[in-house]
Write a protein that binds this ligand. Structure first.
Ligand code: NAD
Ligand code: DAU
Length: 350
């Protein structure tokens, strides 16, 4: 019997991780700890909310007293930490919020785990979920490996880099049984439509302009979110303490090519004339400090733990577009802010 606190479980990737753990490991107790910010949505977990091994607690990882108290009460064996402010553009507007959640929040969790485990680390684990953005940007041919030097450029990536350093510091200084993974761009169901792929699908569907930053030549390495959740499962169970793994899809796309592909897919699915959706492509001012290229070398994860992506990008993108077309209610709710009003009432603005 294992009790695991998963933070940020109501978000995009967190909801897939919670679902996977709840369904795959009925012998584990899964506690989803989430503040329910604009990005957290319990509708992402409707299908498993009544499972006997699942519980949701609403809480803020920045609230030190609350976190210490929760850890004292629950005595978790493990933490899988995904809660974060995750959107680069928002970090440019409001960097301090990213420092609070991503840095202070992570240190609060590390400290709470250290306090309750008291140096007895048998069967314990702190898994920190991080990003490839900590490594900065690449030239045309190189790739990020686990030993690439950190070189973050946005307030978001700087806050994630800092949190990674604190996790390693707690391992090196206090022996905390930590593991870290750094993943490339995810896509799939329940992705909040402020990020490129769901935003483009939503705008194309609604015949609205699709904003392309700069010349659209920036490259991202896309991974299907359920493959990320499976990698987290594998690393959580098999990685040696103190290790780091990169996770990626070997799937690089220039933004403009990806958007054109989405336009073509949606032309077919929505019965539009070929080329009609592409007319919505609109070049806009570039993101400040915009990293040119990310590409993950996930060789270590494949060689040591046997993980590889399970589906091609074409399959994953098709599934994703179908999901968004079939889940118009979810999309309307998150874009209208309806679900946030519901939470304010339901939780009385706690
Ligand atoms: P998301 O923005 O969709 O979800 C974040 C979740 O964290 C939300 O449910 C939100 O309510 C919760 N949260 C935010 N602040 C909180 C706080 N103070 N206390 C408790 N909960 C809080 O994010 P995501 O895209 O699912 O990313 C999850 C994690 O994976 C993040 O740590 C991110 O850095 C990392 N990551 C994301 C990607 C990606 O492509 N999205 C890639 C690699 C790594
Ligand atoms: O690499 C992993 C990271 O991927 C995660 O750590 C982040 O949490 C996640 O948000 C994502 O960051 P990006 O900045 O790469 O994702 P985003 O979807 O915001 O943008 C993808 C690319 O598309 C990027 O080059 C900026 C560009 N873009 C984005 C938006 C929202 C546009 O051209 N137009 C847009 O409207």
């Amino acid at each position: 019997m294992k009790k695991i606190i998963i933070t940020g479980g109501a978000g995009f990737i967190g909801s897939h991780v919670v679902r996977r753990f709840v369904k795959t490991y009925p012998q584990y107790q899964i506690i989803n700890l989430d503040k329910l910010t604009y990005a957290g949505n319990l509708a992402n977990l409707k299908d498993i909310e009544n499972e006997p091994n699942y519980r949701f607690v609403k809480g803020d990882i920045v609230d030190l007293a609350y976190i210490n108290n929760l850890f004292e009460q629950e005595q978790p064996d493990a933490v899988i930490h995904l809660a974060a402010e995750s959107h680069v553009d928002r970090s440019i507007t409001n960097p301090l919020e990213f420092v609070m959640t991503n840095v202070v929040g992570t240190v609060n969790l590390l400290n709470a785990a250290k306090n309750i485990w008291k140096g007895n680390y048998e069967g314990k684990r702190f898994y920190h979920v991080s990003t490839d953005e900590v490594y900065g940007t690449l030239g045309e041919t190189d790739m990020f490996t686990e030993t690439t030097a950190y070189d973050p450029h946005s307030p978001y990536s700087a806050s994630k880099a800092s949190s990674d350093h604190f996790v390693r510091a707690y391992h090196d200084t206090y022996g905390l049984p930590a593991v870290i993974s750094n993943c490339s761009n995810n896509y799939g169901s329940f992705h909040f439509p402020e990020k490129l792929i769901p935003l483009a699908i939503n705008n194309i569907k609604q015949q609205k302009p699709v904003p392309v930053y700069g010349k659209g030549e920036n490259v991202r390495d896309w991974l299907w979110v359920e493959d990320h959740a499976r990698a987290i499962d594998v690393i959580f169970h098999k990685a040696a303490i103190g290790t780091t793994y990169n996770i990626g899809g070997h799937n690089e796309w220039k933004n403009i090519d990806l958007i054109k592909l989405l336009c073509t897919i949606l032309d077919k699915k929505l019965g539009r004339e070929e080329g009609e959706s592409a007319k919505l492509i609109t070049y806009v001012t570039d993101r400040a400090g915009h990293d040119l290229r990310y590409a993950i070398d996930a060789t270590k994860l494949k060689a040591e733990l046997g993980w590889e992506p399970s589906i091609t990008f074409e399959e994953g993108l098709e599934k994703t577009v179908d999901w968004y077309l079939a889940n118009e209610g979810w999309l309307n709710d998150v874009t209208s802010g309806h679900y946030q009003e519901y939470y304010s009432e339901q939780y009385n603005n706690r």
